[in-house]
Design a protein around this ligand. Structure first.
Ligand SMILES: C=CC1=C(C)c2cc3[nH]c(cc4nc(cc5[nH]c(cc1n2)c(C)c5CCC(=O)O)C(CCC(=O)O)=C4C)c(C)c3C=C
Ligand SMILES: [Fe+2]
Ligand SMILES: [Fe+2]
Length: 344
């Protein structure tokens, strides 16, 4: 007989974003980068080379430069990626109500995925829905979160049912929120062109997830099908196409490009910093830029797209470069996240 006084079983929700240093000081940035850049899904070279190369050379050289950039990004509330994540957690919890327990974790540094999973375990949730806040699946982002969650729960005596929402780059609520934010900017003034700039990944990462060699980095990715469902490039094109349709843009009105490459191997092309330099000569002087690989403002959006690309564009003769803010904890995005969770 069920005990009528036993608490109702609730569903656990784990929202996860990438990570951020505890502070913009070099020592904290170094600790963050050491964890991030020794992840074998991010830097996919043998561990025996990865650790000495990155912890011994790359990170010590990079940390002071990155710390300067993090200082520009830092706010009174700290890192935008962190405080927007906590705001989203709180608002999604309010939206979903008492049948759910919503936790927030970061893949690297704090709050850790382990601490967020502990909160859910302590709440005795019946099952867990994990939503990595990366719209397009990549092994370096979503895959890494999935692996970390599995590494942790494998040691629990009772391993709960877990659903992973692996990608949501075509989700109607996600697309609609980007369209709303884009319209806000487009209503203010005329733009000659739109850029969808995605975080890049090495081409090798796509090849490793494509045993049938379907993806040839050409028109194969123009449509998202069962053959390329997890191809990051195909998903980026799909997100762009859906947002463009929502904004009433034709294919000539927009460019899809990739940013933030690291190392010498080929990454997804075209590279945003190179593509934008050609715009002014083509008569494109006013550009509206979206960052649809990110759900919250961070270094890659605010600084790289918002400041650095703006500077490059103006140096090349452009007049106005405007970044569309990320979804952060916009009410429409909160509704979209809650809807994805309810459907899962
Ligand atoms: C969209 C999801 C992300 C993918 C895919 C991704 C792949 C990836 N990233 C690097 C290297 C770096 N990324 C950095 C920052 C960063 N990356 C993402 C997301 C994805 N990365 C976010 C949200 C952020 C910003 C974090 C913040 O606190 O604001 C950095 C740090 C930048 C610096 O210190 O200068 C690096 C380095 C690789 C190599 C990679 C795929 C192989
Ligand atoms: Fe990254
Ligand atoms: Fe592809």
């Amino acid at each position: 007989m069920p005990n009528p006084s036993s608490p109702q079983r609730r569903i656990g929700v784990l929202l996860v974003n990438l990570g951020t240093p505890d502070s913009p000081e070099t020592s904290d940035v170094r600790r963050y980068l050491n964890e991030f850049l020794t992840d074998g899904r991010v830097i996919d070279i043998p561990a025996a080379v990865r650790y000495p190369l990155f912890q011994g050379i790359v990170v010590p050289l990079r940390a002071p430069k990155s710390a300067k950039i993090y200082k520009q990004l830092w706010t009174e509330r700290g890192s935008p990626l962190l405080f927007h994540g906590l705001d989203l957690q709180q608002k999604v919890q309010e939206e979903l109500g008492p049948d759910y327990v919503v936790a927030f974790g970061m893949r690297y540094q704090k709050p850790s995925i382990a601490s967020a999973l502990e909160e859910l375990r302590a709440a005795e949730v019946e099952r867990i829905i994990v939503l990595p806040l990366f719209p397009q699946y990549a092994s370096a982002s979503t895959g890494s979160v999935q692996q970390k969650v599995m590494d942790i729960v494998k040691d629990w005596w009772i391993v709960p049912s877990i659903n992973f929402i692996s990608a949501f780059g075509s989700d109607p609520g996600f697309i609609a929120t980007i369209v709303t934010l884009g319209k806000r900017e487009l209503d203010k003034q005329h733009y000659d062109h739109v850029v969808f700039s995605y975080h890049g990944i090495p081409e090798r990462h796509i090849k490793k997830g494509d045993p049938t060699k379907y993806c040839q980095f050409g028109s194969c990715c123009d449509t998202l099908t069962d053959r390329n469902r997890y191809c990051y490039r195909a998903q980026c094109f799909e997100t762009s196409r859906l947002v463009a349709a929502g904004l009433g843009l034709s294919p000539d009105d927009y460019t899809v490009s990739f940013q933030s490459r690291l190392g010498r191997d080929p990454w997804l092309k075209p590279y945003t910093d190179i593509a934008l330099k050609d715009f002014p000569a083509k008569g494109i002087k006013h550009v509206l830029a979206f960052s649809p690989a990110f759900t919250a403002d961070c270094l890659e959006t605010t600084i790289e797209v918002g400041d650095e690309f703006k500077e490059l564009f103006e140096e090349a003769g452009g007049e106005h470069w405007q970044l569309v803010p990320s979804l952060n904890s916009e009410p429409e995005w909160v509704d979209a996240v809650a809807a994805m969770i309810r459907r899962s």
